[in-house]
Design a binder for this molecule. Structure first.
Ligand code: PLP
Length: 392
């Protein structure tokens, strides 16, 4: 039996998405920049996709630009703003995705900017007083703070941050890769300067994303070419990806409330099952066990160390795919967990659910975990007996 419970890393394609993109692999193969019928057909599909993205954000289609995914969109937002506005101060946090942290680091190394890390509380929540102090001391800052954390699921109060950004004449970019398709957005109510999305996080295809650029901004392009995406991003468009992204987003928002309810029940169920599993000394990282303050699809659990090695690996051996941190960087311990004052000597496992998971699968996962700890107890006992015999 194979169980996939790593949906913060990527999600399975929705069958409705597959159906929507198939014609663009066959009959509708034109280049959207061509002015003839074949090109026009495809350009219409891209225009339609742009409208779909704009609608879910309550933004305007000319504020949406397609990219190769969230990483490229993040690079474009941060580098584009720093270069366009001569920004010399960036505020971020130590638990952002590496796409954010590495981009900022490159600018710091080049001497373009200074970086301030906003304080986080013991659960990884942004200290808004500290953020305000940083902005007061450095007006015209670029704020780069994520909406939903990909490892611990924490949700950030982007409404409050957008107000601070306005008060201190700063620019607010938020990495919404984990929340697009899972949370309602209304950019007319929450003014944000830039945000990003990635189709493969909401059952769309990999390698396609978008950036929202508030129309009051100009930004410096990072990829130059044939003037596609209004000159913001050169290169022939990934048509199947863009059509798939829009379809996936449409389906995600059509079914958002039902999916939210189902997935939050799965999370609650897993917490209740773990409590009676017989595995002791479990705790939850960040806000991940909360249904209000965190993404309902992410549960990040600290487990006691096993004598036999990694729990993630043992689960994988049983056909259960979960993650030990960010799937985007599979080596080493997670920089997010390292930044939090907790559980460094434990094994931190991220379970992330989707609409395709079932209660039976949760039962199976928890039974597998209990089984692994039971056999580990036997191994640990054997190890201590061995130790006893050797020393006496
Ligand atoms: N930002 C966050 C919060 C993510 O979770 C990810 C992917 O894991 C990314 C950015 C990068 O997204 P992409 O895979 O589209 O480049």
């Amino acid at each position: 039996m194979e169980i996939y419970c790593d949906n913060a890393a990527t999600t399975a394609l929705d069958p409705e998405v597959i159906e929507a993109i198939l014609p663009f692999f066959t009959a509708s193969f034109g280049n959207p920049s061509s002015t003839h019928w074949a090109g026009r057909k495809v350009k219409d599909a891209i225009d339609g996709a742009r409208k779909t993205v704009a609608k879910v954000l309550n933004a305007s289609p000319d504020e949406i630009y397609f990219t190769s995914g969230a990483t490229e969109a993040i690079n474009l937002a941060i580098s584009g703003v720093i270069r366009a506005y001569d920004i010399n101060h960036v505020v971020t946090s130590k638990i952002e995705h590496k796409a954010v942290l590495q981009t900022i680091l490159q600018h710091e190394k080049s001497g373009d900017i200074e970086t301030s890390f906003v304080k986080l509380d013991e659960r990884g929540n942004v200290d808004l007083y500290h953020l305000e102090n940083l902005l007061r001391a450095n007006p015209r800052t670029l704020i780069s703070l994520m909406h939903g954390n990909n490892e611990i699921g924490n949700l950030t109060d982007i409404q409050a941050i957008s107000k601070l950004a306005q008060r201190y004449n700063s620019i607010f970019f938020t990495d919404t890769t984990q929340t697009i398709g899972k949370q309602w957005f209304d950019l007319s109510q929450t003014p944000i300067d830039f945000l990003v999305g990635s189709a493969h996080k909401f059952h769309g295809p990999k390698g396609t994303g978008f950036i929202y650029i508030n129309k009051k901004h100009r930004i410096e392009a990072q990829i130059f070419g044939g003037g596609q995406e209004k000159g913001q991003r050169g290169g022939t468009e990934n048509v199947t990806g863009i059509v798939g992204l829009a379809k996936a987003l449409e389906v995600a928002y059509r079914d958002l409330d039902a999916n939210h309810s189902k997935i939050s029940k799965l999370k609650q169920y897993m917490v209740s099952k773990l409590a009676i599993s017989g595995v002791h000394s479990i705790c939850y990282n960040g806000e991940s066990h909360s249904l209000e303050n965190s993404l309902v699809n992410i549960l990040n659990v600290s487990f006691p160390c096993l004598a036999v090695g990694s729990l993630v690996k043992s689960l994988d051996n049983l056909g259960i795919a979960v993650s030990g941190g960010s799937a985007c960087s599979s080596q080493g311990s997670s920089h997010v967990i390292t930044a939090l004052p907790c559980q460094k000597d434990k094994e931190n496992v991220r379970f992330s659910f989707s609409k395709f998971n079932t209660f039976d699968e949760i039962d199976h996962i928890v039974q597998a975990i209990a089984g692994i700890y039971n056999s580990d107890r036997v191994t640990q006992k054997n190890q201590s007996r061995f130790h006893f015999e050797l020393t006496h």
